[in-house]
Unconditional design. Structure first.
Length: 399
C-alpha cells in the first residue's frame, strides 16, 4: 500500500467507522441501559463491564458517536513519515519524526500489538498541558477515605507537528517529554514536587527529581514506573498515571493485537467538569458511545503487580478509554474507565481538536473501593517554557 493510499484510508476512516456501527442497531443515542435492559448491549460490552451493569451498579446513557478525525498537521506528518518508520528490538522505532507511526496494522503481523502500542505512545497530543488534579479513594458507601490535591504540567519536546515546533535543547538530549507534579494538599504534604524526564529512547530510564519542603532536599533517582501512586496509597501504577494513562516502557511487555471492533465505551464528555454516580459514587458520569476501538493485551515479561492488562484504545485518536486488569490466577481484579472531553466544551482546549483528559476511575470490586482522578481546568498551552521543567523550578516554586 502506498503512502497516498494509507493517508486516504485515514481521511475516510471516520466515515467508515461510523457506518460500521450500524451493526449494533439496538444501542441508539438517548437510550439508558441498566440492569433491566442490559441485553441490548450484550454484544458490545465485555463481561467485566456487563456484570456490574447487570447488578445495577450504574446506568449507561448513550450519546451519538462523535466523529473525531485527527488534525490535518498530524495526518500530513503521517503521510510524510510512515514509509520510513521501522521497529527495532523494542526500545525505539527508527525513522520516526511525527504523526501516527503505523497507520495501517495487519492483524496477522506477529508484532501488530507492539505497533499499536507505539501508535498509543505517539498519539497526537498538545505541546503542553496544565491542570489542577484531585486523586482520591472512595469506599462502597461513597465516602472519600483519602485525597490529594495538586497541580500537574506536562510538555513534549519531540515529534511535534504543524505549527508546534520541536525544542532544540530537548531534541539534542533526546528528551521526549517532561512532567511536573506539585502537591497542594493535605497540609503535611504541601509543597512536595517531582519532575519526571522521559526519553525518546526507552533504553534510557526515566529520571526523577523530587523536592521535599520539610528538609529542603532534592533527591535525584530513576522513576519507579511500577510503584503505586501516592507512595502506595492509591491502586494506580505510576506508569498509568493520568493524564497520560500509560507512562511506562513498551519493551517489558508482550503486546498482542486482539482486534479492532465496535464497542460501547465511555464517550467524549461534552461538559467542563467530570462528576461521578452509581454504586459508591464510583462510576464516571459520562455518556457512552459506540466506537471503533483497538484492543491490545499487555503481558509483562517479568515481575509485575498485574499478570495481564487489556487496553481499549479509540481507533480514531488512540486515546485510551478502558482498561481491564487481571491477577496471576487469571482473575479480573480492576476496571479502569478513562475519560476524555470534547475540546469544544472545554475552554482550556484553545480550539485544538484533541481529546482533553478529564478524569478516570479504577474500580476494584473485591476491595470495595475505587481510585478516582479528576482534572480541573485542563489547559493546552503553546508557550510553556522548558525552564519550568528544570531543577531551578523546584527551588523557585518549592514551599
Amino acid at each position: 500500500m502506498t503512502r497516498r493510499s494509507r493517508t486516504l484510508m485515514m481521511c475516510t476512516a471516520s466515515f467508515l467507522w461510523l457506518v460500521s456501527l450500524s451493526s449494533a442497531d439496538t444501542v441508539t443515542p438517548g437510550i439508558a441501559i441498566d440492569q433491566h435492559n442490559w441485553q441490548v448491549a450484550e454484544q458490545v460490552l465485555p463481561p467485566e463491564i456487563l456484570r456490574p451493569l447487570q447488578a445495577g451498579e450504574f446506568v449507561i446513557t448513550v450519546q451519538e458517536t462523535t466523529n473525531f478525525p485527527v488534525r490535518q498537521s498530524y495526518l500530513a506528518a503521517t503521510e510524510t513519515n510512515t514509509s520510513q518508520v521501522v521497529l527495532d528490538g523494542g526500545m525505539r522505532i527508527t525513522g520516526y519524526t511525527g504523526g501516527r507511526p503505523f497507520p495501517v496494522i495487519d492483524m496477522a503481523d506477529p508484532r501488530a500489538g507492539e505497533k499499536a502500542a507505539w501508535n498509543w505512545r505517539y498519539r497526537d497530543m498538545p505541546k503542553a498541558l496544565d491542570m489542577r488534579v484531585t486523586m482520591q479513594s472512595v469506599n462502597d458507601n461513597g465516602a472519600v477515605t483519602m485525597q490529594n490535591l495538586g497541580r500537574m504540567q506536562g510538555r513534549y519536546g519531540l515529534h511535534r507537528v504543524g505549527e508546534e515546533q520541536n525544542d532544540p535543547e530537548w531534541q539534542e538530549r533526546g528528551i521526549y517529554m517532561k512532567s511536573v507534579f506539585q502537591l497542594l494538599a493535605p497540609a503535611d504534604q504541601e509543597g512536595q514536587m517531582r519532575i519526571v524526564t522521559q526519553f525518546d529512547d526507552m533504553a534510557s530510564t526515566h529520571e526523577e527529581m523530587a523536592y521535599n519542603p520539610q528538609n529542603r532536599r532534592i533527591r535525584k533517582s530513576y522513576a519507579n514506573v511500577l510503584g503505586l501512586m501516592g507512595g502506595g496509597r492509591y491502586e494506580v501504577l505510576m506508569e498509568e498515571q493520568p493524564p497520560f494513562f500509560f507512562f511506562g516502557y513498551i519493551h517489558p511487555y508482550q503486546w498482542t493485537y486482539k482486534d479492532e471492533e465496535t464497542r460501547l465505551v465511555p464517550g467524549f464528555l461534552r461538559a467542563e467538569h467530570l462528576t461521578f454516580s452509581g454504586k459508591g459514587n464510583w462510576y464516571p458520569n459520562v455518556p457512552w458511545e459506540l466506537r471503533r476501538v483497538v484492543v491490545v493485551e499487555a503481558l509483562p515479561k517479568g515481575s509485575h503487580p498485574y499478570a495481564k492488562r487489556v487496553f481499549y484504545l479509540d481507533a480514531q485518536t488512540y486515546a485510551p478509554v478502558c482498561s481491564l486488569s487481571y491477577n496471576a490466577q487469571g482473575e479480573f481484579v480492576r476496571l479502569g474507565l478513562l475519560i476524555h472531553g470534547h475540546p469544544d466544551f472545554v475552554p482550556g482546549a484553545s480550539g485544538k481538536q484533541l481529546p482533553v483528559p478529564m478524569g478516570a476511575a479504577w474500580i476494584n470490586p473485591a476491595r470495595a473501593q475505587a481510585t478516582q482522578f479528576i482534572a480541573t481546568r485542563p489547559t493546552f498551552k503553546d508557550d510553556d517554557s522548558p525552564r519550568r521543567y528544570e531543577l531551578m523550578e523546584l527551588l523557585r516554586r518549592g514551599k
